[in-house]
Design a protein around this ligand. Sequence first.
Ligand SMILES: O=P(O)(O)OC[C@H]1O[C@H](O[C@H]2O[C@H](CO)[C@@H](O)[C@H](O)[C@H]2O)[C@H](O)[C@@H](O)[C@@H]1O
Length: 625
Amino acid sequence: MDMKSNNSSPVLTDPAPINKSRLGIRSNLLPCPQSGASFSSGKNITIPRKKPGKLDDVRSNGWLDAMKSSSPPRKKFIKDFNFEVATDETDIAYFSWMLKYPSALNSFEQIANFAKNKKIAMFLDYDGTLSPIVDDPEQAIMSDDMRSAVRNVAKYFPTAIISGRSRDKVYELVGLTELHYAGSHGMDIMGPTNKAVSKDIANCIKSTDQQGKEVNLFQPAREFIPMIDEVFRTLVENTKEIKGAKVENHKFCASVHYRNVDEKNWPTQCVHDILTQYPRLRLTHGRKVLEVRPVIDWNKGKAVEFLLESLGLSNSDDVLPIFIGDDRTDEDAFKVLRERNQGYGILVSSVPKETNAFYSLRDPVENGGNLRLPGEWGSSNAVFFKFQPFSPQIRASTGFSSSLDTGPSTELDAVSSFSEIVPDTALVNVGGDLVKLVPGRVSTEVDARLAYDTHGIIRKVHSLLKLYDEINVPPERLLFKIPSTWQSMYWSFAQAAAAAQAGASVIQIFVGRIRDWARSHSGDPEIDAVLKRGEDPGLSLVLQSLSESTTTPDEKYSFVQRLSPQSAAAYNFSEDEVAKWDQLSLALPMGPAAIDRLAAGLDGLIDQARRVEELFTKIWPPPNV
Ligand SMILES: O=P(O)(O)OC[C@H]1O[C@H](O[C@H]2O[C@H](CO)[C@@H](O)[C@H](O)[C@H]2O)[C@H](O)[C@@H](O)[C@@H]1O
């Protein structure tokens, strides 16, 4: 609740007694719903370490490191309220990396704004972008969801797949006729006919596609076909004893896979040795794959330029090319977009990497196609926060306005009518992202160590405001969460009224503390019952039991908004309240959890803050900055 005005911003409610006591806590002390999810602080940081390589020339080229890092192990995430909650130490490194390469999904609005009145041209890599990285390249199958997402994009924007695979192979895997295809890292492009292009560029010929439609075929490495064929056979022969090695012929280049090869047998030296016989071929690196390519000056970046030209989009300012890719060979395309100062590269990576991309996507296709393409981006934002349906905006659209309405409603409805769910963060940059994703305000937590330092809190809030200002977040979208007492919790109506009189806008309860307490204590029958049902005691307190308990306006226990700007301003503290203005008296009515948490106080929070700082000093600045 905005305690200074009458509008309906985040609310502190102090509902009148409700018809069920909850978890042994007196119901008339029930405060407003807790804020939304918060980010975990993570644990230790591991910065990938370089291990010495086996082979000197491999080591001197930095190749062994490249090979090791070329396909990091998959990480596990817990989706909590659709936030990705850190489960291991590398998450902090990832979040700090994301400050430089923000999530494309979260930046949808920004990209969409920039794309207004521009023609988007979409370029997509295949492996690791549209299909998951799997052990067997033959099994890198694109999901149906992803296929329809790509089809949808192609409906609106010219779309091309630019892959390291042969063009035929990638077409076979994608199977969409409405796209343009470039195989062999862009050395085999089938694009739209464009007379100017085919006339001016050598190696560009007219051809027909699978449907018999006239197309331009550009194959700048044509003369290398016999050489690639020969080297392919040699590679197959020389690696046949290496268990797990696999060689692919992509017509204009060849790949030697070692994903399934024991590290001690990685074929790098063998491939190097073969290539000494082929000075016109070179070696590049992909994800656990060595790519043998002609030395010609052609790559995915050049392919993007060629396709833009073929599409007639090369010379206009109103074009926004977007390239999404996961691999080192995609960097050539990201670089071209950067150099043209046009469009965006989006890197798909679950680990921090140095890149020429502008944005990032964490985990593209694994887990059922999380990658959203622009056609879908808008709608995906709507489901970002599970708790959003509780917000007053949505509530308003259901016609609910206050507890004085006729007809039954749940207690959660009643509390919601006075309140708003506010997503919570401790990081300004994260707050900046949240502001783009949710309506209303975003709350930022002030360091718990300042709980004992009033002036420190004020200074901190001013400095946070300044940081938000720098990323263009206006103060009216913000809340600052400050420790309300030296134990950082509200316990009673009188305490809430005092905070309101002191100028607080919102009061929040720490659901998590009740949960923490309940995890290590039992004996309270209601808590035990909640735990037995496998529910969260903190959420039960604030949300679940509210939503289960129905109440009608004329019932004895219907909700009344007792705390409002007016009632708070007018509240006269009783002598008793003033006399017992100590933590214990304030906490007593809240039951055993409150008493116990009183002892723990702020220490836990302070400890966590120290730990996060310690971890950040290890990774900041991140190694790739
Ligand atoms: O440019 P792309 O479309 O990303 O193609 C690059 C290479 O992708 C394939 O290999 C990669 O994906 C395989 C399947 O997930 C995986 O097993 C392999 O380890 C990855 O390197 C493809 O097989 C290569 O030929 C492409 O060059």
